[in-house]
Ligand binder design. Structure first.
Ligand code: GDP
Length: 441
């Protein structure tokens, strides 16, 4: 997960600070020097790091932090606040016209950055918000790109407008808007061609579209894995064609995360969303405060709650709650629950959002644990799954054999089941469609 190593380093610095009780100016200086190293190692832009450390240092001295009761905490608070400022403070939405008019979004970026995937992800988000999007295939160089957009559009239930590869992108864009107007669609998202590197032809093509079509939002898609290159790409695109916002993809990967911390400060343009995986639902709104919280290892509970709300089938959740209350929870429900967890991005992704879970980078909890459990449950008869109480020692032996595991594994699962049942019963009072929980924590 991005930022793991940065989080670990920052947590060590802060642990040292907190353990000191009283702090001298020298202590703060030494700690900030380590923060600086950690940020540089995370591939944050050098100038950004320099300014960041200077600001925190000045505020720490200026605000009488050193004489406060908990100076270590105060420094962490300052670092947190400055990280939030660095990433833009507020969340920026894609600016759209009222639903009665057609808004046009121009998607641009280098090849492989994740533009086509992100275009479909955005369409899905807008659809959920009640908009009626149309995707327009303006990449006339790679027929495969058109096909990919069509496939993704189909998955999202969003129409894709294409004219093949024999028309100019600007003409396709105009025709798409015309088509939207005739078909009562109100957001046109133009998926344009990328190149492997910044290239004059690509820029000229984008400029031509911008000069001839009224664009409401120009969104640049950049790959977080490319670190400072992503920042340079953003700077160039912004200078050449003007960018309104950036979407940073592949933040789920093993990136050091420097791009997320540098883009806003270097280009002045906000990050709108972050790509957190290859699935079309893996796009998260960018909240600078939540991201800072994640970076500092303080968790991101709000995003976790929203993910659960988006992914979990409400009817199923209600039914599950009823079962919990009555303690009817069985192994079929266990399977269902595992499926839900997978949908939410798997254990690692869920853990990374929980406070205090600043996971050591070498700890790999992979979703193979699910596979072992699934194998055991699938070896049970439907009757056993629905009524685990009947699973006696001889049945356990048969199940273990069927799943190809030791009987101890089956016993472990039975024990987990009993514990989950107990815990779910206790938790059931706290669950159930209470609607969105918003606000800071
Ligand atoms: P394009 O050339 O810019 O249109 O890029 P694509 O949309 O074809 O994406 C390139 C590759 O990156 C594909 O394999 C995508 O599945 C993958 N990808 C896109 N966004 C993400 C993301 O947020 N996380 C991960 N892990 N992969 C992504």
């Amino acid at each position: 997960m991005a930022f793991d190593s940065l989080t670990e380093k920052l947590q060590n610095v802060f642990k040292n600070l907190r353990s000191k009780g009283r702090l001298t100016e020298e202590d703060v200086k030494a700690a900030l020097k380590e923060v600086k190293m950690a940020l540089l190692e995370a591939d944050v832009n050098f100038k950004v790091v320099k300014n960041f450390v200077k600001t925190v240092q000045e505020r720490a001295v200026g605000q009488d932090v050193l004489n406060s009761l908990t100076p270590g905490q105060m420094v962490v608070k300052l670092v947190n606040e400055e990280l939030v400022t660095l990433m833009g403070s507020d969340t920026t939405e894609i600016a759209l016209k009222p639903s009665s008019e057609i808004s046009v979004i121009l998607m641009c970026g280098l090849q492989g950055a994740g533009k086509t995937t992100t275009t479909a992800k955005i369409a899905g988000k807008l659809k959920k918000k009640g908009r009626r999007p149309l995707l327009a295939a303006c990449d006339i160089y790679r027929p495969a790109a058109i096909e990919q957009l069509q496939k993704n559009g189909e998955k999202q239930g969003v129409e894709v407008f294409t004219m093949g590869t024999n028309h100019k992108p600007v003409d396709i864009a105009k025709a798409a808007i015309e088509h939207a107007s005739k078909n009562n669609l109100n957001v046109v998202i133009l998926d344009t061609a990328g190149r492997l590197h910044i290239d004059e032809d690509m820029m000229a093509e984008l400029q031509e579209i911008k000069e001839n079509v009224e664009i409401d939002d120009t969104i640049l898609v950049v790959d977080a894995m490319t670190g400072q290159d992503a920042v340079n790409v953003a700077t160039t695109f912004n200078e050449k064609i003007g960018v309104d916002g950036v979407i940073l993809t592949k933040l789920d990967g093993d990136t050091r995360g420097g791009a997320a911390l540098s883009i806003r400060a270097v280009t002045g343009k906000p990050i709108l969303y972050v790509g957190m995986g290859e699935k079309l639902s893996d796009l998260e709104q960018f909240y600078p405060d939540r991201m800072a919280s994640r970076i500092l290892g303080m968790g991101d509970v709000l995003t976790l709650i929203e993910k659960a709300e988006a992914e979990i089938d409400q009817d199923k959740a209600k039914e599950m709650e009823r079962k919990f209350r009555k303690a009817e929870f069985d192994f079929n429900d266990f399977l269902d629950q595992m499926a839900q967890m997978k949908k939410m991005g798997g254990i690692q992704s869920i853990l990374s959002m929980l406070p205090g879970m600043g996971l050591p980078t070498d700890l790999e909890i992979d979703d193979n644990i699910f596979k072992g459990i699934e194998a055991i449950i699938y070896s049970m008869t439907p009757e056993e799954r629905g009524n685990p109480a009947i699973i006696n020692p001889s049945r356990k032996r048969r199940i273990a054999k069927g799943a190809g595991v030791n009987i101890a594994e089956v016993n472990k699962l039975m024990k987990q089941y009993e514990q989950s049942k107990k815990m779910m019963k206790q938790m059931s009072g706290m669950m159930g469609g209470k609607g969105k929980k918003k606000g800071k924590f």
